[in-house]
Design a protein around this ligand. Structure first.
Ligand code: TYM
Length: 328
């Protein structure tokens, strides 16, 4: 039987942080062992908000380099920049013709970004349609993501069904793969908000390339609460619960066993143990990163784009034929 296809993407805006890694990237890396994986640096998504083109060129390469260092293996997975494969945009247009604007009006990420001051442009509005195109283009059936992408994935499933009902059974209806712990890694500065690239407070997130000293400082300064017990309670103790989840994912230990060990150890000792776990998890990524150079990354991305274009074109023919757009 053919192996199922996995697709996921990451925007090259700002630095990759622990939320991206524990929410999604760790799964990307693991899935390479048992699936055909397609991973994409989604630069077209990133330009839907204000950006500086010179800085962006650098950020794109940087994001690719971090993903390679984290374990994306270009010999086993298709890995490339979204803008280099025009079939994404073509399928997005087709899917856009069957996306009700009422559905887009309900997208919370769009509303949040506009509320925070981003211009309400058409690209930002139709962002989830392009995301659906990314996934459906390769007939992917599994999509490793963090919890914040759940609504977009639901819309993707809905579009696959709409398309199939209208044009015949073309697309698998994809499933989200969302981790049980760390599906939503919270900000270290405000544990009621998710850790995010756009937070102006740098202490709110650990970056994947932060040095051990910086990781320790940030985790030591993580906001907790005044009751000294270490226990899991997302309502009463969101900061401590976030650190427990982070440590659990990094060590592979259950939250219960961590609570048994650190329940009354005090926050100082607990935070140091969390920092140790995060530092150990990130150490191999930092050293792999130091061994990669930008030229090599560019070469990998060029090759990835060539392979992806060939594969995408094969799939896109199917969508064109189904919709009456076949070559004549
Ligand atoms: P992006 O670039 O914001 O984030 C990349 C991945 O990291 C996850 N993530 C988190 N997980 C847990 N806790 C957090 N605090 C946290 N912050 C981010 C995201 O859920 C995501 O999986 N729209 C997507 C990019 C995209 C995509 C796709 C994803 C474009 N096309 C197709 C999957 C399939 C995004 O903005 O991710």
């Amino acid at each position: 039987m053919d192996r199922q296809t996995v697709f996921s993407g990451l925007q090259p805006t700002g630095n990759v942080h622990l939320g991206n890694y524990l929410g999604a990237l760790r799964n990307w890396v693991k899935l390479q062992d048992s699936y055909d994986c397609v991973y994409c640096v989604v630069d077209l998504h990133a330009i839907t908000v204000d950006y500086d083109p010179k800085q962006f060129e650098q950020d794109r390469i940087e994001a690719a380099k971090v993903l390679l260092a984290a374990g994306i293996d270009p010999d086993r997975s298709l890995f490339y920049f979204q803008s280099q494969v025009p079939q994404h945009s073509e399928l997005s247009w087709i899917l856009g013709t069957m996306t009700p604007t009422g559905v887009l009006n309900r997208m919370t990420q769009y509303k949040d970004k506009v509320a925070k001051g981003e211009a309400a442009n058409l690209g930002l509005y139709s962002y989830p349609v392009l995301m659906a195109a990314d996934i459906l283009l390769y007939h992917a059936s599994l999509v490793p993501i963090g919890d914040d992408q759940r609504q977009h994935l639901e819309m993707t499933r809905d579009l696959a069904e709409r398309f199939n009902n209208r044009f015949g059974n073309v697309f698998p209806v994809p499933e989200a793969l969302i981790p049980e712990t760390t599906a939503r890694v919270m900000s270290l500065a405000d544990p009621t908000a998710k850790m995010s690239k756009s937070d102006p407070n740098e202490k709110s997130r650990v970056l994947i390339l932060d040095s051990p000293d910086v990781v320790r400082k940030k985790i030591r300064s993580a906001v907790t609460d005044s009751d000294p017990d270490v226990r899991f309670d997302t309502e009463e103790k969101p900061g401590v619960s976030n650190l427990l989840e982070i440590m659990s994912t990094c060590t592979g230990r259950s939250i219960d066993s961590l609570v048994d060990e650190y329940g009354s150890a005090g926050y100082g000792k607990f935070k140091d143990a969390v920092a140790d776990a995060v530092i150990a998890e990130l150490a191999p990524i930092r050293s792999a990163y130091q061994n990669l150079d930008d030229d090599e990354v560019a070469r990998i991305m060029r090759r990835g784009a060539l392979d992806a274009r060939t594969k995408a074109e094969g799939f896109q023919q199917i969508a064109r034929e189904a919709t009456g757009l076949a070559a004549i």
